[in-house]
Design a protein around this ligand. Structure first.
Ligand code: SF4
Length: 279
């Protein structure tokens, strides 16, 4: 059995930056709360809890007048509400998410409908939609013309795959271009996501089995698993304990490993150790 990790794997710059900012703030200011989990990974949330950083589900649950915003960002309504209550904000919104928020705001202010290609229930998407106001909608299916204005801007959730975004935009053009006056497409897929996906696919093509490590609640981890499963037998696991040795029966060759942008190095290392023990 040969084990190989993808060239780009685990924490992205946005997640690492958010965790560093919060750990530093907690060291200086004492116990803090994040609005929702800082990333979609329980091990990270548990580790931060040991440094005094816990999760609040709403502003009403804050124990102090300090709020940490996660790398996924929030809509302007949340910031306004926090400021009106005199709450100090530690904002770790990823610069790539901020770019998508800025694009949504600019398009909406210019009178465009803002279509966000992504999961409407994801916190990042909800935050971006907040900047589009009444002109925004999120979807993974091309919306009906009745929901759009004559000028349309399309963005993507930062962690979508480029092939899926490309296919969405193509279908949109095919269905609606005749009837709309202007279409703007802003590619807001983040660089880290693109590099993770390219590295995972490159490795998947050379592997007999792929393991994708990360939370089942993590959008970018799910996307990696979807992409790899198109080319090779792929298993999405959260920890090394979930590895089933029968996956490798009759596959004596190459095991590829990739991991989502919120998966800590320790979790990836445990997966490698468990596989090493099966050799
Ligand atoms: Fe930022 Fe991309 Fe990481 Fe999300 S996946 S936190 S957008 S760098």
């Amino acid at each position: 059995m040969r084990i190989e990790k993808a060239a780009e794997i685990g924490f992205c710059t946005g997640v690492r930056r958010a965790i560093d900012m919060i750990e530093k703030a907690a060291g200086e200011m004492g116990p803090l709360q994040t609005l929702g989990p800082i990333v979609h990974n329980q091990q990270v949330v548990d580790k931060l809890a040991s440094c005094g950083v816990t999760v609040a589900d709403s502003l009403d649950q804050l124990k102090r007048d300090i709020l940490c915003i996660s790398s996924h960002g929030v809509g302007p309504q949340v910031i306004d509400e926090a400021e009106s209550r005199g709450i100090k904000i530690i904002d770790t919104t990823c610069p790539f998410v901020r770019r998508a928020q800025g694009a949504a705001k600019k398009l909406a202010n210019a009178g465009f409908s803002v279509v966000v290609f992504g999961d409407e229930n994801h916190r990042e998407v909800q935050g971006v939609l907040g900047y589009a106001g009444e002109k925004g909608l999120a979807t993974v299916k091309v919306p009906p013309f009745s929901k759009l204005s004559p000028r349309v801007g399309i963005l993507s959730q930062t962690t979508q795959s480029f092939p899926a975004f490309h296919s969405f935009v193509s279908s949109f053009i095919q269905k609606h271009l005749e009837r709309i006056a202007e279409l703007r497409v802003v590619n807001t897929i983040c660089d880290a996501t693109r590099k993770h996906q390219e590295a995972a696919l490159e490795l998947a093509k050379r592997s007999d089995v792929m393991l994708v490590v990360g939370s089942r609640g993590s959008a970018n981890t799910k996307r990696l698993a979807e992409l790899c499963s198109v080319v090779v037998d792929t298993h999405h696991i959260e920890t090394a304990r979930e590895i089933d040795p029968s996956w490798f029966t009759g596959k004596d060759g190459h095991i590829g490993i990739t991991a989502g942008a919120s998966t800590p190095d320790e979790v990836i290392d445990e997966v490698v150790s468990r596989l090493d023990g099966m050799k």
